[in-house]
Each structure stands twice: as structure tokens, then as C-alpha cells.
Write a protein of this length. Structure first.
Lengths: 274, 326
């Protein structure tokens, strides 16, 4: 189910109250809920206006719009990096501003960034990057952290010598896999991916899109996909919202929205695809 | 005897003694648009640098083959000295950051116009305003006074195109001109480039990793992989009936609205030039590769009068079901 403003999108897969994570623990459904969120930088105009959405387990929501439409600001609000001017974003039932920096709940929503090279520490190998996060998040012993990091990197398709390479020696696609493995290391309920494939070649893009799709289906991780590429949104998401100047102008089932757009802005975006 | 505008015959490019591009055979006629597609590291930009004479700035040179522009040999270093801007011009990659942030748009344009002696008798300022109109920027007087940061990405790209056409070149090379732009701006820029090639009677080489962009704007396309052209032919033919396994795989890997089912990615990643295999460079990632594919670099073969494919199994694969091709 996804709530948008005053509207409700028909729910194909009703959310359960709780979901079981990969370690057998239970996590609440609807891990991430934004309610009537508005945000302005300083005393400037609102760049995100009255947006509501719910991310159930395993759901994939696409957020589309052009530069300046508020996509990345919305992502920052969803992961708790920015505080809404009005409205709330709750993670597993708690508003972000009640979740301290060291609270384990901080990890429930993870981000995958647009530029996979600059999102990683250039001095750490792939294995170190993921093990460090695992060790820090779990308070695990070093040996266990490396073992688990290896599993996670294998899970995202990185094996062998690639594990001991630093970002500068990895391809863009490999770096993005490390970024995804790092996000998975803290067992998030939701991944917010901000243009995760726009810096990648077409063949590598397909690998990453398939990986995100698998994580969602197999581990029930909710996905918020921010993209200006409507083909990517079409492939990966069930529901989509279209943002124009911080406002939702259209939302609904992705296939329906892209095949029969009703808002002129959405129609213009679709007509622009070459 | 009339020459093609640009003719590359068996061109190879070396940097620091390593041959990074080889076997480039391309012809561009006046009024025609050629697309070059391929992944990162396939040699697209190096090839364009050879055509525009900007290899030397990165320590490269044309090491083999012949390269002519309007009949003049442009393979040797320095051969472009009087040609760049006038005969051939480049809209570079990352051109959004190519403008000097401390210079007004007017200064960028008038400086270029003066350097190329290309004011067409109007004087640099009037010619600058005219160029802005040509690239679809209205209110040129205001824009000439502005700094780059005051313009949107799409407007800055139009300025870069205005700078590139200031000297009325015969060949415009656009290297990933829309990569950082929104989808609607991308369409506008591609339409602008197509319009300008018609109106200015230029030829265009459009480099892109986006097959949609190339499909919309070019007459012919060359698909590059690991420093070589693996398929070349009319754009519609190549994209609708790709014959090289790499071109097929590229098309299958691309999400297309309305198509359902899992994307077929290409496993692995292109090898670095140090690790290029002796035979077909795509073979390690190719689903149709056989051991013989590793023996020698495949020679491009003509499979009809217009399509060239560098795959030793191309005729054999034609009989297989093309189900993987969308």
C-alpha cells in the first residue's frame, strides 16, 4: 500500500503486521512512513510539499521527476538526514527525530548513492568497507565481521580478487555492488536508491537492477527508487509518484501511470523518451 | 575527385606506447550523422579525439592508418592547427563544467569568434547574439551578460554547442552531449543538434552509450567494444536487426517501458587493455563464444551490402533463434 497525499493506491499485496528478517527476527511491516512532509532549506520556499508515502516490506516505489523537482531532498528526508519543516517521517513507528545517532533503528533505512566511486572510502578494500560497517553495527568480532562481509559481497555478485580491491581498482558496477552490500550489512528494512544506475553502462545497469529486484523479492526489503529514467522505474517498481517542483502531480500503479499518464507533466516526461 | 568529409582507414591510436584503439574504418559524408556507441573504456572518446585533433593533449597519437578530413591528412600531430573550430569542432564530455565560471557567456563567445575570425561581418557581439538565437536561446542580450552558474544545465549545453558551431565547422563531434541532462532537456538538445546539422549543412558524429539517443539522431552507427568496432551499419538496421552478439546483448540489457520479464545483463565487465584477450575481446562475456573465438581477433565481414560485423560466428548465429533480441 502506498499513501500519497489524500489518495490511496489500491493494495495488491496487503501488508502484514510483521515480517521475518534473514536472521529469523521479526520486524514491523510498513517500515517507513512519510506523512504530509514539507521541507524548505532555511527560509527559502518549500522544495518538498505535503508528500505522504508508505513503504511496505518488499514494495518498490519509484520517484520520478526532473532536476530540481525535489527527488533527492525527499530521499534525504526519508533516510532521516533532513528534518521535515512540517509533517513526520516514521521508521518502524518512531519519528526520525526521536531516533538517536547510535540507536540501532538508524540502520533500518539505508541509502545507495548515485556515484558509486565517491560513495566509498577510497582507502578501504571492498571487504574492509563491508566488514567495518558490520563490525560497527553489530559489535561483532573481527573474524565474524569479515566472514559475514564475504557472504554479503558474494550475495551481490562480488567474488575472488575483487574483494581485496579498493574503489579505484574496481569498475563502476563493482563499486555499486559494494555500496549495496554495505547497505545490506545492517539488515535494513528499506533501501533508498538515488539514481543507482545512472552512472553505469547499460550492461552493468541490468546486473544492478536485477540485484535490487532480487533483494526486494527474496529478503522483503522495501525499495524507494529515485530515477529520472522512466524505463528503469518501469522495470523495477510497482507504484510510482511523479514530482514537479516538490509536489506530487501524479501517482499510482507504475504500469498504468506510464501507459496512460493523465497529468500533462507526466505526459511530457514520457513523450521525451528517445 | 570528391572525398568523403571524414575518412578513417584502419586507424589505430596509441597512448604511452599502448595501442588502445585499432581497426577504425569509418566514413562520414556531408549532411550525415554517425553514432558511436559502446561502454566505458570502449574507445569512443579516444576515436573522437583523433578526429578532432585533441589526442596530443592526453599524450596520444594516431599510430597506424590514414585519417583525412575533406581530403586533408589529419593523422599527424599538429595537422588540426588551422582546422579545429573551422572544419571540425567538438562538444566535449562533461561540457557542463567546461565553461569558465568567472567569464560571462558573452566573453566566452566573442573570444571564440575572434580567435576563429568568424564574425561573418557582423562584429563579435552581434554574431554572439546570433549564435545564441541559432541554438534556441531567446533574449540573447540578457544571456550574454550572465555567468555560467546563472544558467541551467540545458542552457549551458546550448552555449557549448554555440561555441562549437561558431566557426561554421563541416563536422561537429558531440561526445555524450546529453548524459547529465534531464530526459526532456535531452530530447531538446538532440533535436537541436539534428536541426543544426541540416541548417548548417554539417556532418555530425554523436557519441553516446544511450541507444535511444543514437537511434533518434543518426543515419549510421558504429558499435565499439574494447577499442574496436564490432558492428557498423545503418542505424535502423543495426538496432532492429543486430548481428554481433555484443550489440544483441546491449539491446537486451536495456530496460524498455512496457516490456516485462527479467533483463538479460552481460556477465562480467570489459577487460582492461592490459588484459585484452588475444582473440575476440568480447569472447569472455559472450554467450555464443567457442574456443576458436580465442584464437584471433575476428576480421569484420560484410553480411549484406551495408552491415559489417566482427564475429567469426556471425553467419552461423543468423540461423539461431533471435529470441533474445528485442
Amino acid at each position: 500500500m502506498m499513501e500519497l497525499g489524500q489518495h490511496h493506491v489500491p493494495d495488491a499485496n496487503p501488508a502484514r503486521d510483521e515480517i521475518r528478517d534473514v536472521k529469523g527476527g521479526l520486524r514491523p511491516a510498513n517500515a517507513l512512513i512519510a506523512s504530509e512532509v514539507t521541507f524548505a532549506y532555511g527560509s527559502g520556499p518549500s522544495v518538498v510539499k505535503n508528500i505522504s508515502l508508505t513503504v511496505p516490506p518488499g514494495a518498490a516505489i519509484g520517484i520520478v521527476g526532473e532536476s530540481g523537482s525535489g527527488k533527492t531532498t525527499l530521499a534525504s528526508l526519508l533516510i532521516g538526514m533532513l528534518k521535515p519543516t512540517t509533517g513526520t517521517v516514521t521508521v518502524q513507528g518512531r519519528p526520525w527525530d526521536t531516533v538517536g545517532r547510535r540507536d540501532p533503528l538508524r540502520r533500518a533505512v539505508q541509502m545507495v548513492f548515485q556515484n558509486p566511486y565517491t560513495a566509498l572510502n577510497p582507502r578501504l578494500t571492498a571487504l574492509d568497507t563491508v566488514a567495518e560497517v558490520y563490525q560497527h553495527a553489530r559489535g561483532a568480532k573481527k573474524a565474524e565481521s569479515f566472514e559475514r562481509a564475504r557472504d554479503l559481497l558474494n550475495r551481490v555478485g562480488l567474488n575472488g580478487v575483487a574483494l581485496d580491491k579498493r574503489p579505484g581498482d574496481l569498475s563502476g558496477g563493482q563499486c555499486q555492488r559494494v555500496g549495496i552490500a554495505r547497505a545490506l550489512a545492517v539488515e535494513p528494512s528499506v533501501i533508498v536508491a538515488d539514481e543507482p544506475t545512472s552512472a553505469l553502462d547499460v550492461s552493468v545497469q541490468a546486473q544492478i537492477l536485477n540485484l535490487l529486484s532480487d533483494l526486494r523479492r527474496e529478503q522483503g526489503i522495501g525499495l524507494v527508487l529515485i530515477s529520472h529514467d522512466l524505463n528503469v522505474v518501469s522495470y523495477l517498481t510497482d507504484t510510482a509518484i511523479v514530482l514537479e517542483r516538490g509536489q506530487v502531480v501524479e501517482q499510482g500503479d507504475t504500469t498504468t501511470l506510464l501507459q496512460s499518464p493523465t497529468h500533462p507533466y507526466t505526459q511530457r516526461l514520457i513523450a521525451s523518451i528517445l | 575527385m570528391t572525398h568523403p568529409l571524414l575518412q578513417a582507414s584502419n586507424v589505430a591510436i596509441e597512448i604511452d606506447g599502448r595501442e588502445l584503439v585499432s581497426g577504425i574504418n569509418l566514413t562520414v559524408e556531408k549532411g550525415q550523422a554517425l553514432g558511436i556507441v559502446g561502454e566505458t573504456g570502449s574507445g569512443k572518446s579516444l576515436t573522437c579525439r583523433a578526429f578532432s585533433g585533441s589526442l596530443a593533449s592526453i599524450g596520444g597519437h594516431v599510430s597506424r592508418g590514414t585519417l583525412t578530413l575533406a581530403g586533408k591528412d589529419i593523422a599527424k600531430p599538429g595537422a588540426h592547427a588551422n582546422l579545429y573550430g573551422r572544419s571540425v569542432s567538438l562538444v566535449p564530455q562533461n561540457s557542463l563544467s567546461a565553461l569558465n565560471p568567472l567569464m560571462r557567456i558573452g566573453s566566452h563567445l566573442t573570444e571564440t569568434i575572434k580567435a576563429l575570425d568568424a564574425d561573418l561581418g557582423l562584429g563579435p557581439k552581434k554574431r554572439a547574439a546570433q549564435l545564441l538565437e541559432r541554438v534556441g536561446l531567446h533574449d540573447p542580450e540578457r544571456i550574454l551578460r550572465q555567468y555560467p552558474h546563472q544558467l541551467s544545465g540545458g542552457m549551458r549545453q546550448r552555449i557549448m554547442i554555440a561555441l562549437a558551431i561558431a566557426g561554421r565547422p563541416e563536422l561537429l563531434i558531440a561526445d555524450e552531449p546529453t548524459t547529465a541532462l534531464d530526459v526532456s532537456v535531452q530530447k531538446e538538445i538532440i533535436e537541436l543538434l539534428v536541426r543544426l546539422t541540416h541548417e548548417e549543412n554539417m556532418a555530425m558524429i554523436l557519441v553516446s552509450h544511450d541507444l535511444g539517443v543514437v537511434s533518434a539522431a543518426t543515419h549510421s552507427v558504429a558499435v565499439m567494444y574494447s577499442g574496436m568496432i564490432v558492428e557498423h551499419g545503418p542505424t535502423d538496421t543495426v538496432l532492429q536487426n543486430p548481428r554481433h552478439p555484443y550489440t544483441k546483448a546491449l539491446l537486451s540489457a536495456r530496460p524498455v517501458m512496457g516490456h516485462t520479464g527479467r533483463l538479460v545483463g552481460i556477465p562480467g565487465a570489459p577487460a582492461s587493455p592490459d588484459a585484452w584477450p588475444k582473440g575476440c575481446r568480447f569472447a569472455p562475456r559472450c554467450r555464443y563464444a567457442q574456443s576458436a573465438c580465442n584464437d584471433a581477433v575476428p576480421v569484420p565481414v560484410s553480411i549484406n551490402e551495408e552491415q559489417l560485423v566482427a564475429c567469426r560466428r556471425v553467419h552461423e548465429l543468423a540461423t539461431l533463434n533471435g529470441a533474445e533480441v528485442r
